[in-house]
Design a protein around this ligand. Structure first.
Ligand SMILES: Cc1cc2nc3c(=O)[nH]c(=O)nc-3n(C[C@H](O)[C@H](O)[C@H](O)COP(=O)(O)OP(=O)(O)OC[C@H]3O[C@@H](n4cnc5c(N)ncnc54)[C@H](O)[C@@H]3O)c2cc1C
Length: 243
């Protein structure tokens, strides 16, 4: 496992799409079978490579949404309307199709499932994907608090599964809606009051993971550090150019 995470040793593997699942109108989960997959830790990602018939190829990174499960991997891709790769992955790719990927990548933004510290997960949009892998890997039921900022209820990824996990395990969910909220709920952005009310206090010494668009991650991480969280315990991953 540790050897596989060293970039110099990564090899491209051929993955076959087993199934696809629409999570929202613009996001799709790809269930992949990757022969030879060495296993991964929650929080790691893969590089996906697509190659056209004329040899032109393009690569993008995608977080792994699933806990380790043999040769099976789940990726969830949010379609960017004018994007080069995400419209293909969320629209054209079908079961039986193949693509190349390499990984697992990343040794910092990972959750160690043997850790007993409470966990605070702060997600912006599709930044919930690697955090979902952590929730799915939480077999020992370490208490987890997820603060999930999303444009509207229709944009929530994994909604039914999150609700069910919150029912049966010590997972607390707090949704923040930035454009349209359900009746009776405010529209707004992450702030210090929400982090104080829905997160863990710094003296609980939580493991903290923040993931999403760059602006969201910087805002949330700054708020957490200003609230007294140890900067070294606040791990961040940035997905896109801006929030
Ligand atoms: C470590 C890592 C993990 C990632 N994991 C995921 C994941 O699990 N799911 C997922 O959907 N994406 C993930 N991404 C983002 C992904 O790699 C691509 O950037 C994204 O799919 C857009 O690619 P594209 O080719 O469609 O768009 P591009 O052709 O690269 O870009 C088209 C336009 O969209 C803008 N843009 C690019 N990316 C974003 C973005 N993320 N948000 C807003 N605007 C953007 C560009 O500036 C450009 O204007 C991850 C990125 C990193 C670095």
């Amino acid at each position: 496992m540790a050897r596989a995470a060293v970039p110099g040793r990564l090899i491209w593997r051929v993955a076959t799409v087993d199934a696809t699942k629409d999570e929202t109108a613009t996001a799709r989960t790809l269930v992949l079978d990757v022969p030879g997959w060495p296993g991964h830790l929650a929080g790691q990602h893969v590089d996906v490579k697509l190659t056209a018939e004329d040899g032109y190829s393009v690569e993008r990174s995608y977080s792994i949404a699933s806990a380790a499960d043999g040769t099976r991997l789940k990726l969830t891709v949010q379609r960017i309307a004018d994007g080069e790769v995400s419209p293909y992955l969320t629209g054209d790719l079908q079961p039986g199709d193949q693509l190349e990927l390499r990984g697992p990548i990343g040794g910092w933004f990972v959750w160690n499932p043997s850790s007993t510290a409470p966990v605070l997960l702060v997600a912006g949009g599709s930044g919930v994907v690697p955090l979902m892998a952590m929730i799915r890997a939480d077999k020992d039921k370490v208490p987890v608090r997820l603060i999930y900022s999303v444009r509207s209820p229709a944009d929530v990824l994994y909604g039914p599964e999150l609700s069910e996990r919150a029912r049966v395990s010590p997972l607390t969910l707090t949704y923040l809606y930035t454009r349209a909220a359900p009746a009776g709920m405010p529209v707004g952005r992450i702030n210090a009051d929400i982090l104080a009310a829905a997160g863990w206090p710094p003296d609980s010494k939580p493991a903290v993971f923040v993931c999403g668009p760059t602006g969201f991650v910087e805002a949330a991480a700054n708020l957490l550090v200003a609230a007294g969280h140890d900067p070294a315990a606040v791990k961040t991953e940035r997905f896109g150019p801006t929030s």
